[in-house]
Design a protein around this ligand. Structure first.
Ligand code: URA
Length: 240
């Protein structure tokens, strides 16, 4: 990888700033002052410093976003704001994308990453990764809602996987745990039960809860423990 690409990838310097830093002798590679911004470096094997500080390089970036309403789960949309607009500037050149989709009007926990294989594994129906949603409904859930969701609801021609429903005491909503991600699945399930949704928020992904200190619209990197947990969930044949 080129030296300037390393600096733009980790979000420390733009290409222009890297060239200027090289001219001023601020960058070293394996102890020697770097002479050119297009120097080839091994970002994982070589020791690169800026002003004497080692530059930490990670092959992939992983962020939690507390998604607000109004954003499309995509990297671009001709018309509407997209979730990647909420990525902090130091990650802007990473090319992050959302791991799966939350509807435009759904809030809550969404993983943003540039790790394609992990994303693919976490979304694979074979893995059965759990997603928990909190929701409210216009009218109380019917008495047989738990049983119908656990039995695998029919949505049109399609049978859903069993879903665990925990209604609130007033039955005007609750939480539901899914192990798949069909199009508008929670919305369609509740509509089929005769209790259309008022609000929907994802509160856990792969058993990792939404961080209550993460403000709506904000991102934070995953902890090492969270990432290790996600990687384990992605490897398990079936998480249930
Ligand atoms: N189910 C839905 O209906 N919408 C979402 O955004 C997620 C799950």
């Amino acid at each position: 990888m080129r030296l300037d690409k390393l600096f733009t990838t980790v979000g420390l310097l733009s290409r222009k700033e890297c060239a200027a830093a090289v001219r001023r002798g601020r960058i070293t590679v394996n102890g020697a002052v770097a002479k050119a911004p297009d120097l080839a470096v091994d970002p994982e094997g070589d020791t690169v410093t800026l002003d004497g500080e080692r530059v930490a390089y990670a092959r992939h970036a992983y962020l939690w976003l507390n998604k607000p309403k109004g954003y499309v789960s995509a990297t671009e949309d001709g018309r509407l704001p997209v979730v990647t607009e909420l990525v902090p500037p130091e990650y802007a050149r990473r090319g992050l994308f959302p791991c799966g989709r939350l509807d435009r009007d759904t809030e809550g926990l969404l993983l943003l990453t540039d790790d394609g294989p992990l994303t693919h594994a976490l979304l694979s129906p074979k893995r059965g990764v759990r997603k928990v949603y909190r929701f409210t409904t216009e009218v109380p859930l019917p008495a047989d809602a738990e049983e119908r969701l656990l039995g695998g609801m029919m949505l049109g021609e399609v049978t859903c996987r069993p879903a665990l429903l925990s209604p609130n005491a007033d039955r005007l909503g609750g939480t539901v745990t899914l192990t798949e991600g069909k199009y508008h699945e929670v919305k369609r399930m509740m509509a089929a039960l005769g209790a259309p949704l008022l609000s929907l928020e994802r509160i856990a992904f792969a058993d990792i809860p939404l961080d209550p200190t993460l403000p709506r619209g904000a991102c934070r990197p995953l902890t090492d423990g969270e990432l290790a947990h996600l990687k384990r969930a992605a490897l398990s044949a079936d998480n249930n």
